[in-house]
Structures are given as C-alpha cells and as structure tokens.
Design a protein around this ligand. Structure first.
Ligand SMILES: [Zn+2]
Length: 319
C-alpha cells in the first residue's frame, strides 16, 4: 500500500491497490477514476506544472468539472498526461492500465498482436503502447549502482547461432558485424541491468561497469581482454570460458548466462522478430520484470505509473 497525495483535495490518501486483473478493473469503473488515480500518483510529492516546472501548489488550479489544470506561473493549461508517456494519445487511461497489467504480469512479456486482440485496439496502437511502456520501464531501471558480487557478460543477439557462440568469436575482435551486442550485469541476490552496447572493446565495457557497479564490489567476468584493467577499483574474478571453465573458486557468470537464455526465449518465443534498434527496450522490459519479481502484480502497475514521466513521441519511435 502506498501513501499518496490527492492532487485535487490536497489530502493524504492511500493509493488504490489490487491483487488481480478483475480487482484492478473494478477499482477503476470509470475513466475519471483512472485519471484521479494517475493524478494522485504523479503529484504524490506535491503538484507541479509539467510545462514550466512551477511547484507552488497554490499557483496551480483545476478548471471546475474538467481534467484541465491551469498554471498561474506560465499561464498555460495542461492535462495530467502532459510530459508523460500518456501524452498525445487518446487511448483511455483504463486501457493503458490493462496494458500495463498485461506487460508487467506476464513473465515473458507480451506481443503487440496479442495486446491488440485482447484490448480491442489496432495493431499500430498496441505497438505504440508497448514501446511507450518499455520506455517507462527502463527510465528508472538504470539508477542505483549494483554492489556486492556482480557477474558481467556480453553476448550477441541475432544472426546464425554458430556465430553467436563464444568459442567461435574471432580472437581480438569480439563481436561481429551485423549483430547486436548486449551486455548484462547481475548482482548476486539483487538486481539486473541489461542493454545494448556499441562494441565489446575495453572502453565500452569499462564504461558500462563504472556506470552500473559500485567501486569496491566483486566483479566476475570471463577472461576477455576487454575486462582487463578493472582491478584498481574492483575485486576482479575471472572464469576461463575458453577452456571450458564455468566456476572458479566459487565464482561464476552463470547468472548472466541464464539471463541471456531467458532473453533469447522471449526474443524468439514471444516477439518472433525484434528490430535491432528496439532490442535495448526489450532488455529494459525484461530487467524491469526481473527486478520486480517480488513485487505483486497489482503493485507493479502503480510502480510503472509512478515512472510514467517523459513522453516518447511516435516520431521518435519510428525514426
Ligand atoms: Zn507552468
């Protein structure tokens, strides 16, 4: 249960919570109840104007009987959707909530064709909804650094299976033209980070590690040269995969191998075909679900609603 703030009355409230999809749907019998819920979550720390940033609640009004707010600092009107992933769509928030439920509840994610059929929306709208939700899912996914014992590894997505195998990689030139290289980091007993990287060279790999792993942590990788030189800031343990070694002194990168196995099942099973430029978003979606596996499905909807900032215009998506 989450404490919030009612954007309209200013009173402290508890956000509505729900354990099942029917419970969620009956919690929002009308579009207005869904709008009120999102307003309460978005303004949980106080009202602010998404257009100019004015955070003086006394200078933000709501036009009676409408969902239109007015900022007395910039003199502009706005709806609670402005500046969020819900901006510029006519799709009811209730439909968005159902989509969020489906995308966060299913361990393997959901294909846009299934979403279109289940929600009675067009294939194009479903695709747009899924991409905006993936954007929201990854917004906060890469925040707190991983620590403790962290396993790191990269792999290639796409292309013939034989080309993806570690042992077939060209020595000194890890990675392959035409494939998407992805990097994963798994904290033992903790969170997952995953995303597309430019190449598997030292600068790129070190950059990702310094961005996402707290110095002083134990870092487990294989013996790829791109990981050399991290020992000044990390307790670096290596496993020699080329010699068939998968565990050394109890340290292993198995957690990342499992991550890639899961991703490849999703990639081939649910989505059939993913354009390389969207692989990053799919990885973010997978990491989001994994990092919230202990959060109940209903709470995942509120969790995602709380990070709905930042619209992703259709123009940007198809660019
Ligand atoms: Zn304003």
């Amino acid at each position: 249960m989450t404490m919030g703030y009612d954007g309209f009355t200013g009173e402290a409230i508890m956000f509505k919570t729900f354990k099942t999809l029917p419970e969620m749907l009956s919690a929002f019998p009308t579009e207005q109840t869904a709008v009120d819920h999102f307003t309460a979550i978005r303004w949980a720390n106080g009202k602010f104007c998404p257009l100019c940033g004015n955070a003086d609640a006394a200078r933000i009004g709501t036009l009676t009987g409408t969902n239109t707010h007015k900022c007395y600092a910039c003199r502009k009107r706005f709806s609670i959707r402005v500046g969020t992933i819900f901006q510029d769509t006519k799709l009811p928030l209730r439909t968005w909530y159902a989509a969020i439920w489906m995308i966060t509840a299913h361990p393997k994610g959901i294909a846009s064709t299934t979403l279109a059929t289940d929600l009675g929306i067009t294939q194009k709208t479903a695709w747009f909804v899924l991409h905006r939700l993936r954007h929201a899912a990854r917004t906060k996914s890469f925040n707190a650094p991983l620590k403790g014992e962290v396993a790191a590894d990269e792999t290639m997505i796409g292309g013939a299976e034989k080309n993806k195998h570690r042992n077939k990689r060209t020595k000194g030139n890890r990675g392959s033209v035409g494939k998407t290289i992805v990097m994963g980091l798994v904290e033992k007993g903790g969170e997952v980070r995953a995303g597309v990287i430019e190449n598997a060279r030292k600068n790129e790999l070190h950059g990702v590690i310094y961005n996402h792993v707290e110095p002083g942590s134990t870092l487990v990788t294989d013996e790829w040269a791109g990981y050399l030189g991290l020992e000044a800031d990390y307790d670096h343990k290596t496993v020699n995969h080329r010699q068939g070694e998968y565990v050394k002194d109890g340290f292993t990168t198995n957690a990342v191998e499992s991550l890639w196995a899961l991703f490849k099942r999703q990639y081939h099973g649910t989505h059939h075909w993913v354009s390389p430029k969207h692989i990053d978003a799919y990885l973010g979606e997978m990491a989001y679900r994994l990092n919230r596996r202990d959060v109940t499905k209903g709470d995942r909807v509120n969790d995602l609603l709380s990070q709905a900032e930042g619209p992703l215009p259709y123009k940007v998506l198809i660019a």
